[in-house]
Design a protein around this ligand. Structure first.
Ligand code: CA
Length: 483
């Protein structure tokens, strides 16, 4: 496979001389939440319609072996926003919603993609889900985004007007579903519940963002929570999927359909504003599809698993005239690569104190560089109280090392012949097995403990079960009054 790279060499030369800053492309990163590898038309889905995403894939590069840096939300987003393995700085568990805790969220020593791009003159915006901390120093606008519209926690009800009284929300916050009923934010301010369906509301905000006239290039992170739970869809979208018998999958399908319509509307807005050709669009999911309602294609496992279905995700890069359309890139890449790729296009060097684990993908996509972007892809799901939930994985070429439970045995698979990871080859290739386990342990040796957990043991002192909700409420409402 060879991708034609038409003009980037020229562009890079201009950037190196500090000229032609306006030639830098706009950057649009669209992230789905818990979308299965096989639940999009461009990866062969038969029962869910995704024409906008299929069109994006047909006019860009479909990456068939893209890996999120984690099997679930918060840690995956920590890696995405820093270009570094989140295990380096302890972001290995979802941050609890803790607006009174200044250190709960994306580690404060890290510099985000948005901060780098903001420093380089990009207009930066986040629309949708953050999930990297709710306290003031953790707010998206404290971490490099000029604007924010969305929600700070890990999920949100899809019908914001279905909004219980605040006292009821705050008195039930130990129940995760009540976290999902906290107000949306515009900037740092909670807003009254808007009318409509959340995916549409986020789409409309993204359309407004790309339609705004500005002198500088922009970076928009459109972070849909679809199709994450709660499974909740509009009647008009559900009506298209009456052929799906299973109610959970029918609802999930309708949620994906609505998100796909949203992607189509944002792409139309790019076109209408003359930005179609000068915008690099990346689409991916933050982790694999949740079972049992999602379909992770030929891969085993779902969200959270160390098997491919846990963290191998749908992924497209599209930039007309710069990346040859309709190509497949089949070599393993990491969503950690998004940050260095975008930084390269913006002409930014990484801070040497925070070396990036991702790589610039462009030379690989255009065929200038052969081989795999990564010699090794890792995954580790940390859990400090229940070893059954923790897992580990490493891919090296076609070989895949998997430990399904922290205290269980490692297994060895060959993805080239066994993408479903069914045939454990550890006893056939004991030397390969030992070498991979040694390499994996070397990676793990640079990890630091998480700063919070579900007990004080194994976490660095903070038990999320003891978070003071009344202090959280004061902090949340204090931010409202301060505006
Ligand atoms: Ca997710």
């Amino acid at each position: 496979m060879k991708i034609k790279w038409v003009q980037i060499a020229c562009l890079s030369g201009l950037l190196a001389s500090g000229a032609a800053v306006n030639e830098r492309p706009n950057l649009l990163l669209i992230l789905a939440d818990d979308l299965g590898w096989g639940d999009v038309g461009f990866n062969g889905c038969g029962d869910i319609s995704t024409p906008a995403l299929d069109s994006l894939a047909a006019s860009g590069v479909r990456c068939t072996a893209a890996y999120a840096s984690h099997g679930y939300c918060g840690p995956s987003r920590a890696g995405l926003m820093t270009g570094r393995w989140q295990q380096r700085f302890g972001n290995v568990i979802n941050p609890p919603f803790a607006p009174a805790h200044d250190n709960v969220g994306l580690a404060r020593g890290e510099k985000t993609l948005a901060e780098y791009l903001q420093d380089a003159g990009y207009t930066t915006g986040l629309v949708g889900k953050w999930h990297l901390g709710a306290a003031e120093p953790m707010h998206p606008m404290s971490r490099g985004f000029d604007s924010f519209f969305g929600f700070l926690g890990g999920g949100r009800d899809y019908f914001p007007e279905d909004f219980p009284p605040q006292d009821k929300v705050w008195s039930n916050l130990n129940d995760v579903w009540y976290f999902y009923k906290l107000p949306l934010h515009r900037g740092r301010q909670p807003i009254p519940p808007p009318q409509g369906y959340l995916t549409d509301i986020l789409t409309e905000e993204a359309v407004r963002f790309v339609s705004r006239k500005r002198d500088e290039p922009f970076f928009l992170f459109l972070s849909y929570n679809a199709p994450h739970t709660p499974l909740s869809a509009k009647e008009e979208d559900l009506a298209k999927y009456s052929h799906i018998e299973d109610e959970q999958r029918r609802t999930y399908a309708a949620m994906i359909d609505c998100m796909d319509q949203g992607v189509g509307r944002v792409m139309k807005a790019l076109n209408e504003n003359g930005l179609h050709d000068n915008t690099l669009v990346i689409f991916a999911s933050d982790n694999g599809g949740r079972l049992p309602w999602s379909n992770n294609g030929p891969f085993s496992g779902g969200k959270g698993a160390a098997y491919e279905g846990g963290f191998r995700v749908p992924c497209i890069l599209r930039w007309p005239g710069r990346l040859e359309a309709g190509q497949d890139f089949v070599r393993p890449l990491s969503l950690l690569d998004i940050m260095p790729t975008l930084m390269h296009l913006a002409g930014i060097e990484a801070d040497p104190d925070r070396p990036l684990d991702g790589v610039n993908l462009l030379p690989f996509l255009n065929g200038e560089q052969t081989g795999d972007p990564h010699e090794r892809i890792y995954a580790k799901r940390y859990y400090n109280t229940n070893p059954d939930v923790g897992n580990r994985a490493m891919r090296q070429g076609d070989w895949k090392l998997v430990q399904n439970k922290f205290d269980g045995p490692f297994a060895l698979f060959n993805l080239g012949t066994d993408p479903g990871e069914k045939n454990d080859l550890r006893s056939v290739f004991p030397e390969k097995m030992a070498q991979m386990e040694r390499d994996y342990r070397k990676w793990e040796s640079m990890h630091v403990p998480p700063p919070w957990g579900w007990s004080e043991e194994g976490a660095n002192g903070m038990d999320v079960r003891k978070i003071d909700i009344s202090a959280a409420r004061r902090a949340f409402e204090g931010s409202k009054q301060a505006e």
